[in-house]
Design a protein around this ligand. Structure first.
Ligand SMILES: [Zn+2]
Length: 115
């Protein structure tokens, strides 16, 4: 997990390489790689961490241990500060950026990061 100013911005999942990987092993690597890429892009576009955790929690049962572990790492970040994932609006410096209709939007002035 790489982070900037205590906010996670990128996530990598290390999964061991095998000399002769089975199809299952390769598929699992691909799945974990995809999950970490999707989480990373979500973090870069300011999807609130609790929303990501919420979704991971929903699929925990079907993906067994690994998703639960990823979820725990994200939760640890979420617990480091009271509310580190609330981003102040750059435009009015008063409202909070909330995710609306696929876009971070200010809840006070309506400023949107998608221009
Ligand atoms: Zn604003």
């Amino acid at each position: 997990m790489s982070h900037y100013e205590n906010k996670p911005i990128e996530m990598f999942v290390n999964y061991p390489y095998l000399n002769r990987p089975t199809i299952e092993h390769t598929q699992r690597r691909e799945q974990l790689d995809s999950i970490s890429r999707l989480i990373s892009v979500g973090l870069r576009y300011h999807i609130p961490l609790d929303k990501l955790i919420e979704q991971l929690e929903k699929s925990k049962g079907s993906m067994k241990g690994t998703v639960a572990q990823i979820s725990n790492v994200l939760k640890e970040f979420a617990s480091r500060s009271d509310d580190p994932y609330t981003e102040l609006c750059h435009s009015c410096n008063d409202g909070n950026m909330v995710f609306q209709g696929g876009c971070a939007t200010c809840d006070k002035c309506g400023h949107s990061e998608c221009g």
